[in-house]
Ligand binder design. Structure first.
Ligand code: NAP
Length: 272
């Protein structure tokens, strides 16, 4: 799609990757960018960026945003949470519920509310910010991975349903990004600015899947080559982590989470 002159909405646009998306869209010439945030704290519109109070898990706020932002032709579902807990080892199911409520059901709620908006504005583009962990499960962060796998499947469902109205539906995949979400994790991280730039490039090119960093490209290739070998390596990572942690250690050794060796190489058409 042509981003110059477009009207976008970014959920979780107040910090982290969401803020980088807002600035990248501004740089690419968007005419208006609604920056969704749970707390807008009286932030004023600046001519291009318009703050919108939006908790994606609150149906009334999602409906109000769809009514107010009726000119949107580019939706970026970026808002997300990660509890960094094992599925069974977590003391309660609270993190798992929040991850599903936000990463899956919140994203679904936004897709449902904005599908007619996108249609009435010519089809447009819908982007779901997923994760490299949509492709596999890292048990140290097991319930988050499940929520991102669900969101990946949802992205395909939405793509099927919206193709007839001319909406391009994009999934974005990335490894660690240097935001509040990964504070306390040592190891390689992409900058949010670099990820946002890659996504802008993909939107402009009409890609349906954007492997936004080297980690996601490597993992994607490794899984297609031999997903059982990948999971066998992950089992070892888990056993090592479990022995070392006793369930409660800091996250600093978590780069091991992506420990299974991967190799890059092939890239696919229709993917960036
Ligand atoms: N960081 C990574 O390594 C990484 C890697 C791959 C994918 N991702 C994905 O990228 C997206 C952005 O993550 P990030 O790294 O920027 O995380 P972050 O720094 O923790 O920011 C999360 C953003 O989501 C918002 N949010 C959370 N729950 C919300 C809700 N119910 N309604 C509306 N907004 C909500 C937060 O708003 P508040 O300020 O109100 O909390 C914040 O703006 C997420 O979907 C994440 O899963 C992140």
């Amino acid at each position: 799609m042509i981003i110059k002159g477009a009207t976008a909405l970014v959920t979780g646009g107040n910090r982290g990757l969401g803020r980088a998306f807002v600035e990248a869209l501004r740089g690419a010439g968007c005419a208006r960018i609604y920056a969704g945030a749970r707390r807008i704290d009286g932030a004023a519109a600046d001519g291009v960026v318009v703050p919108v109070e939006l908790d994606i898990t609150v149906p009334a706020q999602v409906a109000a945003a769809a009514a107010r932002c009726a000119d949107v032709n580019l939706l970026i579902n970026n808002a997300g949470v990660a509890g960094f807990k094992p599925a069974l080892g977590a003391p309660t199911m609270d993190d798992a519920r929040l991850e599903i409520e936000t990463n899956y059901l919140g994203t679904l709620s936004m897709c449902r509310a904005f599908a007619p908006v996108l249609k009435s504005n010519g089809g447009g583009t819908l982007v779901n910010m997923l994760s490299v962990t949509s492709f596999f499960n890292a048990p140290m962060n097991g319930s988050y991975c499940a929520s991102k796998a669900a969101a990946w499947s949802l992205t395909k469902a939405v793509r099927f349903e919206l193709r007839a109205q001319g909406t391009t539906v994009i999934g974005v995949y990335a490894g660690f990004i240097d935001t509040d979400m990964t504070q306390g994790i040592d190891g390689p991280k992409s900058s949010p600015v670099a990820i946002a730039a890659r996504v802008i490039e993909g939107i402009a090119a009409g890609a349906e899947d954007i492997l936004a960093d080297q980690r996601s490209r490597d993992v994607f290739d490794a899984l297609r080559k031999d997903d059982r070998a990948f999971d066998a390596d992950m089992q070892q990572v888990w056993e090592k982590w479990r022995r070392g942690q006793g369930g409660g250690k800091s996250l600093s050794s978590w780069p091991d989470l992506f420990g299974p060796s991967t190799s890059s190489g092939r890239s696919l058409k229709a993917r960036l």
